[in-house]
Design a protein around this ligand. Structure first.
Ligand SMILES: [Zn+2]
Length: 198
């Protein structure tokens, strides 16, 4: 499996201790421009972060290490990003450049941003055994396994990614990337129950 090509800019806003136990991915929007969000997540005063931030033009960056057994890239088993309160221990967070003046409509979920993000989600689903599924609708706040919005996570009051996030299109893209990744197993060897790769 080829790890998506993504650079790393560290956020100090993360916690150690008990390792994250991944069961899903939370989709967010930044309510601001990409560069501003990346800068904010580098500021200790912000006390927020995400594993990845994706721009409308497809640029993206990783900001918190992934837990083992990520096969490559920045990783450390003990860190959790700070993006969804009590969900931080089980959910990866992907932020998207959306939800500010000039980027609030359905058409502002650009193909470039959706594809760039979907490749990251496909990687996370493949490595950590997360189902490519969205079990809850936007009006249901409950713990889920798979993909969901910030609006789904218990104990949170945020409404992102909002009513226009194209879930069906996004999940199709994730499935497409997943299929391609599984066709190109990694050189290294690592195994997760049910997701053994050679
Ligand atoms: Zn959010």
């Amino acid at each position: 499996m080829t790890r998506p090509d993504v650079g790393y800019t560290n956020s100090p806003n993360r916690s150690g201790g008990t390792p994250m136990a991944p069961q899903g991915i939370v989709i967010h929007y930044t309510a601001g421009k990409y560069d501003g969000a990346v800068g904010w997540f580098q500021n200790p005063a912000a006390k927020v972060s995400a594993h990845f931030v994706v721009a409308r033009d497809g640029r993206r960056v990783q900001m918190v290490p992934l837990p083992d057994p990520d096969s490559e890239g920045p990783r450390d088993g003990k860190y959790k990003a700070w993006h969804c309160m009590g969900g931080n221990s089980v959910y990866f967070g992907i932020e998207h450049e959306f939800g500010y003046t000039g980027a609030t409509g359905a058409a502002d979920w650009t193909d470039e941003m959706l594809d760039s993000s979907a490749e990251l989600s496909a990687y996370l689903c493949s490595v950590y055994g997360i189902p490519v599924d969205r079990p809850l609708d936007e009006n249901t706040r409950d713990w889920f396994t798979g993909l969901g919005g910030h609006y789904n996570v218990p104990g949170n009051d945020h409404t992102d990614p909002g009513p226009y996030f194209p879930w069906d299109s996004y999940l199709d893209r994730v499935r497409g990337y997943s299929a391609r990744m599984l066709e190109s197993p990694p050189e290294g060897v690592f195994a997760i129950a049910g997701h053994r790769t050679l």
